[in-house]
Design a protein around this ligand. Structure first.
Ligand SMILES: [Zn+2]
Ligand SMILES: [Zn+2]
Length: 156
């Protein structure tokens, strides 16, 4: 029973994180906190951006949930912390390493799913302004990107 609660809680927390990050990205980061987030929309040479504060903020919430959840034996809380951690890890690998190449680790890929995610995010970055951007989510993107990259692979 404990394992089931932990799994459900982790998965729902992961899904909630994609929905929450879409919402926060669109209405908070491109809204009142644009001054912080804009550092991610401008070219920069130092590798570290003020925008990284958001990742630290979510990591702190995840750590607090994991610490309290495990301390109290609360599987819902532990799962919530695990889901946020898992999302943060996947976000870091996809967004920071694969798409923005902050660490040069991956070569080009023919994987249509990964290329669709990357193109959608590149479209988000086409706009340097606070408004008029697209694709605020990382995993939930317009279906046209998937269709385009799956078609492309079929034709090669
Ligand atoms: Zn943005
Ligand atoms: Zn980005």
């Amino acid at each position: 029973m404990t394992a089931i609660i932990l799994t459900i809680s982790t998965l729902s927390s992961f899904i909630c994180m994609e929905l929450a990050s879409w919402f926060i990205h669109k209405y908070v980061m491109h809204g009142p906190l644009w001054n912080i987030h804009k550092t991610h929309h401008q070219p920069n040479e130092h590798g570290i951006e003020l925008n990284d504060a958001f990742a630290i903020f979510f990591a702190a919430i995840a750590a607090a949930l994991l610490y309290t959840g495990m301390g109290k034996g609360n599987m819902v809380m532990t799962g919530a912390g695990a889901g946020i951690t898992l999302y943060g890890l996947i976000y870091f690998i996809l967004h920071d390493i694969f798409i923005h190449k902050r660490i040069r680790l991956f070569k080009r890929t023919n994987n249509p799913l990964l290329n669709a995610l990357a193109e959608a995010h590149r479209d988000h970055h086409k706009s340097r302004s606070r408004s008029h951007s697209t694709s605020y989510g990382l995993l939930l993107i317009n279906i046209k990107y998937y269709k385009k990259h799956y078609r492309k692979r079929k034709n090669t």
